[in-house]
Design a protein around this ligand. Structure first.
Ligand code: SAH
Length: 339
């Protein structure tokens, strides 16, 4: 099978898939995401969404959409901070795109006190047309990728099968591709058809109906061909073929491909910029100072640690990037001029 089919089954199989069977987040789980590090992440994202809504002419009604909301923490923080703008709160309806029943239940519990009703959808295509404000944190890295290997001056698809001893192993597809960029012999190239198609759909909606989207993930912009498929279990890297359905499988996001997908359908694209630049430009340090002023020394140390994890160069600050997509003519801060 293709790497794409393997990844999709490992993560999404309704009975045995990784997300379908557990809540993977937090210290006891497999990994910790930015909204789980600190409320400051969701507060800043929420402030950006309200600002983008203002720039877009405050459309009402507007659908507030989150792709892959995990435990619902980011959406809860967005709703709490945006409640300071009653006109925004009155305009939004909340839409969560989530396939895992375990995580849907968790999201419902997290959002129960928010004062907003939420609707769940299996895919973004099921969210009805109209202006949207969309956010996706660590969602695109979970979308399946295809891998190709450069052999004899051409690209051949990498597949997964069973070796002579009955174990999962990488192998080669039957044919060569006629197209693709030049690369050294043995190079690996990844593409995400699902990620590109979804970004084009988001861009098409926003160009036609108005609104804005914020995509946050780890990935590369001008990386050469390389392999980024990885498996994480219990906060450690593991062999992607060793325990299918038991480890989180991800690939780094090709931001240049997402930019091209959204720009190609007529949306305005901003960035990507680093998560550090996004958060610090929008007031992370000031917010940390305000929270710290009301806290004791132990809590202050925790806030300092959260700033370091979210924005530090050795943590999420540089590896994670933020891409915004808006209707044409909008230039939301802190991005430079749009593409
Ligand atoms: N945004 C959250 C969680 C990121 S993990 C956070 O930052 O904490 C990825 C999330 O996407 C999980 O909620 C997972 O169940 C969901 N997911 C993964 N693939 C999906 C798909 N193809 N369709 C819908 N949801 C998906």
């Amino acid at each position: 099978m293709s790497v794409e089919a393997y990844m999709a089954q490992c993560l999404g199989d309704p009975e045995h898939g990784y997300y379908a069977t557990r809540d993977p987040f937090g210290i006891a789980g497999d990994f910790v995401t930015a909204p789980e590090v600190s409320q400051m992440f969701g507060e800043i994202v929420g402030a950006w969404l309200v600002y983008a809504w203002d720039l877009a002419g405050a459309p009402s009604p507007v659908r507030l959409v989150e792709l892959g909301p995990g435990r619902g923490t980011l959406m809860a923080d967005i709703l709490r901070v945006s409640a300071r703008r009653p006109d925004f709160s009155a305009a939004i309806s909340v839409h969560l795109v989530e396939t895992s029943p375990v995580l849907r239940a968790k999201q419902a519990a997290t959002l129960a006190a928010s004062g907003h009703r939420a609707d769940w959808h299996d895919s973004f295509a099921n969210v009805l047309d109209g202006p949207i404000l969309l956010v996706a944190n660590e969602f695109f890295d979970a979308l399946p990728i295809r891998q190709f290997i450069r052999l004899e001056g051409r690209w051949r698809e990498r597949l997964i099968g069973i070796d002579g001893e009955g174990r999962l192993a990488f192998g080669l597809g039957p044919g060569f591709l006629d197209q693709g960029p030049e690369a050294p012999e043995g190079a690996i190239r990844e593409v995400s058809p699902a990620g590109e198609a979804l970004t084009a759909e988001i861009g098409r909606r926003i160009a036609a109906e108005g609104g804005a989207a914020l995509i946050v993930d780890y990935g590369y912009l001008h990386g050469g061909p390389s392999e980024t498929l990885q498996a994480v279990r219990g906060h450690a890297f593991t062999d992607p073929l060793a325990t299918p359905g038991e480890a989180d499988l991800t690939a780094h996001v090709d931001f240049a491909a997402l930019v091209a997908s959204a720009a190609g359908v007529g949306a305005a694209v901003h960035g990507p910029i680093s998560q550090r630049q996004f958060l610090v430009s929008l007031g992370l340090l000031e917010r940390a100072g305000r929270l710290g002023a009301a806290a004791d020394e132990a809590a202050r140390a925790e806030i300092r640690g959260a700033v370091e994890r979210l924005a530090g160069a050795n943590h999420m600050g540089e590896l994670f990037r933020v891409l915004a997509i808006t209707s044409p003519g909008l230039d939301p801060p802190p991005f430079g001029p749009s593409i």
